[in-house]
Design a binder for this molecule. Sequence first.
Ligand SMILES: [Zn+2]
Ligand SMILES: [Zn+2]
Length: 187
Amino acid sequence: MASAGSSKSNTIVKCCCCHDLCWNFDKDIVRCSCCQRIYHKSCYYPTLLNVDTSFICIMCEDIKKYSKNVQNINISFGSMKKKIITRILMELYCKSENIELVKECPNPQMHPMYYKKISQPMSLGNIRRFLEQNRYDKVKYVIWDLSKIFGNVMIYLSPSDPYYKIANELNDYLFKMVEKWLPNLEL
Ligand SMILES: [Zn+2]
Ligand SMILES: [Zn+2]
């Protein structure tokens, strides 16, 4: 933490996606010029390469305007829908600090039971990689996979586990966003 007398430039900040602490002068971070959120360039989706100080994050964009322009929600995967999906993904990363179980699938050596209980492991990391590889041809498949992440956590853990509650809340939040930004989506 910045001590008395140290320059203001040495401040500990937190990445909104991975929720790890980092220095504000770290070359791997970027700050949104609008909301001032901090992101690791590699945590942001899509990964940021060349950004300048005028960078404005997807969390600051008016998603309703893309939502209004989406035609035929159940067909193909155009740029408007990609914007909406990007926002949904980033909202889920940013929503809770306790996203360890949803960020990446657990290590199979450390958590063998997870793989015994869960037939289709899924994580936010998997989904962003699938999106980068253009493996989704329909928006609904992304939403299914996102919901599968939280469903898996709820199968794996008992309802008394605090992470169960978090997964449940994230799932509710997902469908609130779908209702708001993809109202005509048939799931
Ligand atoms: Zn990060
Ligand atoms: Zn922002």
